[in-house]
Design a protein around this ligand. Sequence first.
Ligand code: SAT
Ligand code: MN
Length: 595
Amino acid sequence: MNSAVKNEKLNNWIKEVAEMCQPDDIYLCSGTKEEYDLMMAKLLASGSAIPLKKRPNSFLFRSDPSDVARVEDRTYISTSSKDEAGPTNNWVAPAELKNTMKGLYKGCMKGRTMYVIPFSMGPIGSPISKIGVEISDSPYVVCNMHTMTRVSSKVLELLDAGEDFIPCLHSIGAPLAKGQKDVQWPCAPIENKYISHFPEENLIWSYGSGYGGNALLGKKCLALRIASAMAKREGWLAEHMLILRLTNPEGKQYHIAAAFPSACGKTNLAMMQPSIKGWKCECIGDDIAWMKIGTDGRLHAINPESGFFGVAPGTSYDTNPMAMDTIKENIIFTNCALTDDGDVWWEGINDAVPSHLIDWKGHDWTPDSQGDAAHPNARFTAPAAQCPVICKDWENPKGVPIDIFIFGGRRSSVVPLVYEAYSWDHGVFLGATAASETTFANIGAVGHLRRDPFAMKPFCGYNMGDYFQHWFNMGEKLGSKAPRIFYVNWFRKNQDGKYLWPGFSDNSRVLKWMCERVDNKVNAEKSPIGLLPKEADIDLAGLNISSENMKELMEVSLKEWKAEIPDIENHFATFGKRLPESLKKQLKELAARLG
Ligand code: SAT
Ligand code: MN
């Protein structure tokens, strides 16, 4: 190791893991630029990284075709009883799961270097932050962790000063025999992949995948699954939410936290540039929010990450110009296509489809080829500080006070563009019943409707019935200082399958209405599902949208909504005794309003 670790718990853990995984070498990471360059040089030499002529200090990676997204089927919440993990999680008893995984970990780092990566989620030293140490045998993970988290030797100093850390063990599960040549993206077959969490002891064990949330353990594993369980115990919130600051023409600021499932446009909304005059939007985070009640009694949010792991396909100067300007240099691209002049390309990046590309699998591609050139879950890893509209308070350890919560998902029908909850409890009901058509962000069936409560179905580290109750409890603590809650659907389609709402920068029109509701500037119309905007109250100035389209967008069909009730009942039934009474009450009230 290039430097000694003084912390006893860390030292013992490193020894224990090294004995089990048997790496050739151990390397303690310090988080410097030199270290990043060194790792990249290794990845270039091994042929894993492809330098991009068109983007300084940027590299393209191609994953194994079996390792392209999170694997929810192979993700476990291992609590002592199955009931604690609840119906939304896969469960295996801790002793059994550890036993299985120890068998896989044995000798799994042979022929490789074991990297010890000390990192902070949230600004280093902030009382709201948490420390993790990831052990990984992937230099690609080291580079990504540098961007997505704060990797630093200062974190070790905090450990020396007595702070605790969350151990995050990761192996790609591909030992090398002596003389064996490495492949471009080593990983284990799907049946050997395990993404395991032991929330009762704040521990993460991941095996077999090198991709995104499966491998960058600070993200979904620590900042959501483990943190949500900690937040429940400690009385705060760890949520799958973007955070943005909206400023109105008079200079008043509003802070919005919004939960949408993976690949439903959180990054686009977080960096959105309003199409309405005089309004300004700044980005604080695009994926995760940690929120605590401050001394002022309000809920304050921080973004625990320091980078964006954004979906590339569909990102363009039309849809998200700020992301395009963020990813000009110092970027890791994964599973994008490569142009002949050394740039990345993906479906939707611009109108011009090149006549020749190398696709994400490394094969020649022309517009006549079958299949996409970039994988639909291709990603960019980008430093948040490079975003032109990053908010000056994005690293403020005090966080920003949240005014508005938004829930939503992808629904081609039924759900209107926007509505407001009648109360906090009704808002919790909206979060708990949120549904979305599934995307490529998880390996599994795409496009089918699933209930994804609070966009946390894949990320809640304990029984989701208890999670709902935790939200009710937080509302009680917040009282009149609780944020207002809204539900949106940018994705409603007409009968021809065309989107009814332009989305992107025009979503500012919907956010403006929310701010005006918060300020009691506009009344809303009561409907069975919640409070709807009055026709004239969504600012459509400069937007070419027909009033028929607006009507269709805002339509609440009693018949369609009545048909949702049995589905919600089934969804709720899965939580059994853990389903809060308040949710049953909300469902009854909805049914009564629908008549
Ligand atoms: O792969 S990640 O889990 O980090 C991305 C996502 O699904 O949101
Ligand atoms: Mn996400």
